[in-house]
Design a protein around this ligand. Structure first.
Ligand SMILES: O=c1ccn([C@H]2C[C@H](O)[C@@H](COP(=O)(O)OP(=O)(O)OP(=O)(O)O)O2)c(=O)[nH]1
Ligand SMILES: [Mg+2]
Length: 153
């Protein structure tokens, strides 16, 4: 386990925790003075009440929780959201309501999950051309394989 510094920027904050022994993500809870009403097809920036200091070479990703997505169509429009290692501000979650019903977020509601991951950084070397590959510049479905080929019935 890597130690990561965390600061409560709001004393009411629920700090993120792994819900189970091998969970990839820590649940992130809303830190609110009053509930936020998220109308259909609208977004809200929800404070978490904490700030973190990731080690160099790491990022944190904010991702939706599948239960909220399945039951209420609540998601993160910028998922996976990036928390940079040099970001020292409060972590905030952009929520979007893709559903037809409005949705209320209350203080302490677990609204997202945060996965800490290693990131590589690269240096580009400008060149005249790129080496041959079988795919070449084909993409966006050019191999023509659609799900129907894998159906068994
Ligand atoms: O959902 C998010 C996305 C970002 N951030 C914070 C951490 C991140 O390090 C910083 C910048 O995010 P990003 O690079 O995605 O935003 P940008 O629109 O490119 O802004 P900037 O110009 O500040 O990088 O904002 C959050 O708290 N929540
Ligand atoms: Mg940026």
């Amino acid at each position: 386990m890597i130690k990561v510094k965390i600061v409560r920027v709001n004393k009411k904050a629920h700090l993120p925790v792994y819900a189970t022994a091998h969970a990839a993500g820590m649940d992130v809870a809303a830190c609110l003075d009053e509930p936020v009403l998220l109308e259909p097809f609208s977004t809200a920036l929800i404070p978490s009440g904490f700030a973190i200091e990731l080690p160099e070479g790491y990022e944190a990703q904010l991702r939706p929780r599948s239960g909220l997505a399945l039951k209420h169509l609540i998601s993160l429009p910028n998922s996976p959201a990036t928390i940079d290692a040099d970001y020292r501000g409060e972590v905030k979650v952009i929520l979007v309501n893709y559903g037809k019903e409005s949705f209320t977020v209350a203080h302490g509601d677990r609204i997202a999950q945060m996965v800490v991951a290693r990131v590589e950084r690269v240096e580009f070397e400008e060149a005249e051309e790129l080496s041959f590959s079988q795919r070449g510049d084909g993409g966006f479905g050019h191999t023509g394989i659609s799900a129907v080929h894998f159906r068994t019935h």
